[in-house]
Design a protein around this ligand. Structure first.
Ligand SMILES: [Fe+2]
Length: 167
């Protein structure tokens, strides 16, 4: 059995990081169409990634008190904060995209900075900790849960299958 349960999540992070680069350019160019596409990605695709983390990975990790008290609480707080920032950005665009240009750029950059940091923490702290801590049985349950949710993009799905084959 493939024991690396966080591989698909890291692969999805790579997709998100690419979107963030695109988002940064769109903000500089005041390209509202692309900005709206990215918001759409956050709301409709990234949510699948968040669900996998919150409903399965975090749920299993919560049983370990020291992980629940530190990293999980912190990551859940950050997921909440991210949603608030995206909804702030949406409101700015909806109310007056021309008048709010500076604020849109500021909030967009805040989201980019925030998510790059958040992804770094998950990839470099939480995921290695999860791989080390979780039992095979727990990983199996998480894997079944992940499969029931699906992935945020075809590319992530492909990368995950390749990883499974090579491990
Ligand atoms: Fe994540």
């Amino acid at each position: 059995m493939d024991n690396k349960i966080t591989g698909i999540l890291s692969s999805e992070h790579q997709t998100v990081l690419k979107k963030l680069d695109k988002f940064e350019t769109a903000l500089q160019e005041k390209d509202l169409k692309t900005i709206n596409e990215i918001i759409n990605f956050f709301e409709n695709k990234l949510i699948l990634h968040r669900r996998k983390e919150e409903e399965y990975l975090f749920k299993e990790l919560e049983k370990y008190e020291e992980i629940q008290a530190g990293p999980i609480t912190c990551m859940l707080e950050e997921h909440k904060e991210e949603k608030e920032l995206v909804s702030k950005l949406k409101n700015l665009i909806r109310t007056n995209p021309v008048k709010n240009t500076v604020e849109i750029q500021k909030t967009g950059l805040e989201i980019i900075h925030f998510l790059r940091n958040h992804i770094w923490k998950e990839d470099n702290v939480l995921f290695p900790l999860a791989e080390k801590t979780l039992s095979d049985e727990e990983k199996k349950r998480i894997s079944v849960g992940f499969d029931s949710i699906g992935t945020c993009c075809e590319e992530c799905c492909h990368n995950s299958k390749t990883q499974r084959r090579s491990s």
